[in-house]
Write a protein that binds this ligand. Sequence first.
Ligand code: PLP
Length: 386
Amino acid sequence: MNIESRLAQIGSQEDPATGAVSYPIYHATAFRHPRLGQSTGFDYSRTKSPTRAILEAAAAELESGDRGFACSSGMAALQTIFALFSQGDHLIVSLDLYGGTYRLLERIMSRYGVTASYVDTNDMDALEAHCTPGTKAILIETPTNPLMMITDIEKAAAWAKRKGMLTIVDNTLLTPYLQRPIELGADIVIHSATKYLGGHNDVLAGLIVTKGQALSDEMAILHNSIGAVLGPQDSWLLMRGMKTLALRMERHEFNSVKLAEWLKVHPAVEEVYHPALPHHPGHDVQRRQSSGNTGIFSFRMKDARTVEPILRHLRLIAFAESLGGVESLLTYPAVQTHADIPEEIRRRVGVDDRLLRFSVGIEHIDDLIADLGQAIDAALQEIEEA
Ligand SMILES: *Cc1c(COP(=O)(O)O)cnc(C)c1O
């Protein structure tokens, strides 16, 4: 079945008792046992819960994995995955990574003796150079946020496999509609489902999908033991969002490519980072390993003084953190999403005070261009008058 159909039909045939097309929300935390030694398959909702189970099965199928796990946030999902590792273990992590993941590794995991190196995961020499006997896994974000660096998943996963390491891919930005890392050799996929999967800036959630029996069994133990699981109401809300994922991603891509092309030739803009643009260094790999582009991209203004007034003059586009929702949001990574990343690393990847990140929504493209255009014009005028 095509992924569009699978998405639209999540949970629609799972309740034979009533035929409900929208799967019910089961709030129960405890489940009656028919008799000693028997179970309906549900005992206690931290371990398994009916509404969450529908979501988890759908996630596993969409990502071509064996098992799905729904968590209370993307960070909870990452923490659950990191619990696979022990004192002395080392991870190789994408250089331009999500600030929260960096904070979790450096502030929390380091206390347990789990260390990380931040490298360009598309650079095979760099991977080789940072590999130690204790290196257990490689954690890849592709594209990265905000600089949209692309890693060749197949190449990196094959390298990791030869070394006996796990490959973990954060697939938040592209979603299984556009990119399925397990099909390219990854062992674990993680999502901040708060973003595109939920899609409406109204549910905080994370997903893990594992490939292979042993890894799936181990993750089930961690998921249940840590207990950062997603509640039934939020599981339902996430499934409701996922039903329209295919349509939303098509519009996100269309709008983001149009805006990137418009900004590329704007005289006040120095550079645009969008993998759909032919000059982008990851353009070919991204085309090969995914079936389209996300709605996220970044651009660097020529003059840092334009940033503050641009954000102030926006009317339709919101100045806000987060990404992946139907509403367009503009973020200033250096002071918002990436504030936890040390200046040295930020500078190395290029997150500076002239960089803005766009999470392009599904509004009409003409309205988005008009709003950003008037904000840039107003900013330039203020600078000229100052
Ligand atoms: C937002 C985000 C996370 C964290 O997810 P939360 O749902 O906010 O906890 C992890 N990775 C990426 C790429 C993200 O964008």
